[in-house]
Design a protein around this ligand. Structure first.
Ligand code: APR
Length: 233
C-alpha cells in the first residue's frame, strides 16, 4: 500500500448493527416501521411533534442501552495510534465511536444524545425524553428538538468534510448503503482527488462500483483486520 498519511473514514448504521442498533434499509429496518416523511423531516415535526419526539426518545434509549462492538474499538485504536490526519465522519446518531474511545469523530447527521433549542439555538447533552417538552436549560423555553439533521436539512460541518477529503490519501466507507446524499457522494469526491477508496460492508452497496476495493463481511471482523493491516503498513 503506497504511503498513506491522511485517512477519512465514513461510517453508517452497519457499523452499529452488531451492537444491536437497527439499520434503516434492511428488511427489519427502521424505515420499514415508520416512514421517513412521518418522523424525519421538519414538516413532520411541525405536523406532529409528539410523534417525532417519541421516535427519537426511543432512539435515545436504544443508543444508551447499546455497547460499542469490535469495529468501534478498532477505529478507536486507529485514532489513538495513527500519526497522520484521521477523520471519522459518521452518519450515525449513536455515540458508540466516542464510547469506544475515538476522538476525531464528526457527526454529520447530528446526535441522539443532544437537544437543540429552537428558541435560543443552544445545544445540550440530553439523555432523557423530549416528548414532555422540558424547558431549555439555557433560556427556559419549551422549544427543544432532537439535534438530528432531518431530510431536507443541511448535514453538519460539510466544508470540514470536503477539506479532509481533498487532502486524504485513503477514503474508507464502512457499513453504509450509499443511498443517501451527500454522504453517498463522498467516494466520488475522493476519486476526483485521486484518493484511494476502500469499502467494508456486509453486502454490495449502491456505491460499490466506485470503490477501488470492496470487502464484504460483518464490520466486527473486517474493521479490526483492516486496522491491523493499515497500522502494520
Ligand atoms: N457489518 C457491516 N455492514 C453492515 C452490517 C454489519 N454487521 N449490517 C448491515 N450492514 C450494511 C448493510 O448492508 C447496508 O449496506 O450497512 C448498510 C446500512 O445501510 P442503511 O440501513 O441504509 O444505513 P445508512 O447507510 O447508514 O443510512 C444513511 O440514511 O436514513 C438516513 O440519516 C439516516 O444516516 C442514515 C442515512
Amino acid at each position: 500500500m503506497d504511503h498513506i498519511r491522511n485517512i477519512v473514514i465514513l461510517t453508517g448504521a452497519g457499523i452499529s448493527a452488531e451492537s444491536g442498533l437497527r439499520t434503516f434499509r434492511a428488511e427489519d429496518g427502521l424505515w420499514e416501521d415508520c416512514r421517513v416523511e412521518d418522523v424525519a423531516t421538519p414538516q413532520a415535526f411541525r405536523r406532529d411533534p409528539e410523534l417525532v419526539q417519541r421516535f427519537y426518545d426511543e432512539r435515545r434509549i436504544n443508543v444508551m442501552a447499546a455497547e460499542p462492538n469490535a469495529a468501534h474499538h478498532a477505529l478507536a485504536r486507529l485514532d489513538a495510534e495513527w500519526k497522520g490526519k484521521l477523520l471519522i465522519v459518521t452518519q450515525n446518531i449513536d455515540d458508540l465511536h466516542e464510547r469506544a474511545g475515538a476522538r476525531r469523530v464528526l457527526h454529520m447527521h447530528g446526535e441522539a444524545l443532544s437537544a437543540w433549542c429552537t428558541a435560543c439555538d443552544a445545544r445540550h447533552r440530553w439523555t432523557g425524553p423530549l416528548r414532555d417538552a422540558p424547558p431549555c436549560p439555557a433560556c427556559g423555553a419549551a422549544a427543544l428538538r432532537p439535534d438530528i439533521v432531518w431530510f431536507g436539512e443541511m448535514p453538519y460541518r460539510m466544508d470540514e468534510i470536503y477539506r479532509a477529503l481533498g487532502v486524504a490519501d485513503l477514503f474508507v466507507s464502512i457499513g453504509t448503503s450509499g443511498a443517501v446524499y451527500p454522504a453517498a457522494g463522498f467516494v466520488q469526491e475522493a476519486r476526483s482527488h485521486r484518493v484511494r477508496t476502500l469499502e467494508l460492508n456486509l453486502e454490495r452497496s449502491q456505491g460499490s462500483q466506485w470503490f477501488d476495493e470492496t470487502r464484504l463481511g460483518p464490520a466486527s471482523e473486517l474493521v479490526p483486520r483492516w486496522v491491523e493491516e493499515i497500522l502494520a503498513a
